[in-house]
Design a protein around this ligand. Structure first.
Ligand SMILES: *Cc1c(COP(=O)(O)O)cnc(C)c1O
Length: 513
């Protein structure tokens, strides 16, 4: 097994870490993010050879290159359960040729119909394995309680990933005023004995602030400690969530060659609908491994702080207001994983530390000329307005009979604008049904103004999906897990007050349940 250790982007953790260390720790002391000290190279022949392997085997192969310190047989077993029957497509992450030059990587065949499943069906297995390994070695270790504040997709995917995993519990807080009815139903019907879900009176900010305050509260932490519990966030800055995302870029290239979408060794461009920069960063690492990716195209919605950065080299969140969009999972001001890209471009922890403290202190930073030039060689970006993104859904449906969700529509549009001669792989991050109301609007009433017609306004989320499926003559089917939501019992009806106390009380009462 190749031995690769992990360092942090700000150079404040003095120790080289193993893969499982990074999974358990999540974030480095001093706020830096863990990165591999070197990126393994995969020869083209090995990449193309993946076509003969199942997706689980492809993942295990790539994990071994990254020095994952879990026994290889155990890694294989974990990947079999991470990427198996829980997905509704045997390819797990298939590539669909929509036009000769535009291919779509479908990352939403998992249990929650959004791409977070690609990492969250896998990372919790590695997390509980990492704890078991340490306990078996005689270490004394607490169990972990994962606390999540969610605006929708992450919460459900994390619940589904951590449900009934050993040595962990998970409690999710969502804004009672801030998720769709369908997303709420997905969460409050969650199965599992180690899960809890609470609505918070307020919006996502209230929800996130309350959870952050609970993390920082020493009294609360020591009360949990008395019960043998430690808090963890398992959020998208964890390297254990990033590594599973590298796999599908390598896998997709092998599939594209096998399907005749690109000649072996020929470059493709990859276009990614971006929020926290995790997904596109995984594409950057795949490129570094040797996958023939020419350019990475970063697609933003109206919250376009990132594409402005890619255009100017200045990251500036001052005087930006948060805009509501049909692609809420990309609504973000601070893209945490950008820090890893800056590290890879400079390999200089002191420089990265400087930029990150400028951002925290002043709300902006500017990279130097060389770094900006290195960035522009690999990454281009553009953004798409709310209205345009819905128009794209309608256009691609009527021209290609392929139904996009609003996030993927943003990427599709940017891919069309920026593409050159190479085929483009558009990364699709959600099943359309997850955002059914906007898809319905896009297909139906764009020409009649921006409101749902009366016949749709009263429908439940699930009924609306059925209506879209009907409009597409069944060509766009609703995933079973979503179609059945109305039949499941609501296990977690509670809504608590915003603020630290409300969240902490909810957790303690849940523990005593
Ligand atoms: C999380 C998410 C994104 C953004 O991905 P990042 O890794 O945060 O850039 C895009 N689309 C959907 C549907 C998501 O759930």
């Amino acid at each position: 097994m190749a031995s690769i250790s992990y360092r942090d982007t700000r150079g404040l953790d003095p120790m080289p870490r193993t893969f499982t260390d990074t999974v358990i720790k999540g974030i480095a002391p001093g706020g830096g993010l863990y990165v591999p000290e070197r990126v393994p190279v995969m020869p083209l022949g090995d990449i193309l050879g993946l076509r003969r392997l199942s997706y689980a085997e492809r993942a295990a192969r790539i994990y071994s290159l990254f020095g994952v310190d879990v026994h290889p047989e155990q890694v294989s077993a974990l990947m079999e359960s991470a990427y198996g029957e829980n997905f509704d497509h045997p390819g797990i992450a298939p590539v669909v040729e929509v036009t000769a030059d535009m291919h779509v990587l479908e990352l939403w065949h998992g249990p929650t119909s959004a791409f977070k499943d690609m990492a969250l069906q896998c990372m919790p297995l590695l997390f509980s394995e990492a704890i078991s390994m340490r306990l078996a070695a005689g270490e004394k270790l607490d169990d972990y309680l994962v606390l999540v504040a969610t605006s929708g997709d992450t919460g459900k995917a994390a619940l589904e990933g951590f449900a009934d995993r050993a040595h962990t519990g998970i409690v999710v807080f969502y804004p009672a005023d801030g998720v769709s009815e369908l997303q709420r139903k997905q969460m409050v019907t969650q199965r599992g004995d180690n899960v809890g879900v609470f609505g918070v009176r307020g919006n996502f900010d209230d929800c996130q602030n309350a959870v952050k305050a609970a993390f920082a509260d020493e009294t609360f932490n020591s009360r949990l400690h008395e019960r043998g519990l430690r808090l963890s966030s398992a959020n998208s800055i964890n390297w254990g969530r990033l590594l599973p995302q590298i796999v599908y870029y390598v896998s997709a290239y092998a599939d594209m060659v096998a399907q005749g979408g690109v000649a072996p060794g020929h470059d493709i461009d990859v276009c990614v609908p971006t929020g926290n920069f995790g997904n596109i960063l995984a594409g950057f690492y795949a490129r570094k491994m040797g996958v023939p990716i020419g350019r990475l195209l970063c697609a933003s919605n109206e919250n376009n702080v990132l594409t402005d950065f890619i255009a100017t080299g200045v990251y500036d969140i001052r005087s930006r207001t948060f805009v509501t969009t049909p692609s809420p999972s990309m609504d973000i001001l601070i893209s945490s994983n950008l820090e890893r890209l800056l590290f890879e471009l400079t390999r200089d922890p002191e420089t990265v530390r400087g930029w990150m403290s400028e951002l925290e202190r002043d709300g902006h930073f500017q990279v130097d000329r060389e770094t900006f030039a290195a960035l522009r060689e690999v990454i281009l970006g553009d953004w798409v307005s709310n209205e345009e993104s819905l128009e794209v859904i309608e256009r691609v449906w009527s021209e290609e009979r392929y139904l996009l969700d609003p996030h993927t529509a943003v990427a599709w549009e940017v891919a069309e604008r920026l593409r050159a001669d190479d085929p483009v792989l558009v990364v699709s991050t959600a099943h359309w049904a997850k955002f059914g109301a906007d898809v319905y609007k896009a297909l139906n009433c764009l020409r009649h103004g921006d409101v749902l017609p009366a016949d749709a306004a009263d429908l439940s989320g699930v009924e609306l999906l059925a209506k879209v499926a009907e409009m597409t003559s069944g060509a766009a089917a609703v995933p079973r897990a979503l179609a059945e939501l109305d039949q499941l019992p609501e296990r977690f009806p509670a809504v608590v007050d915003a603020g630290r106390d409300g969240v902490e009380r909810a957790v303690l009462e849940w523990l005593d349940r």
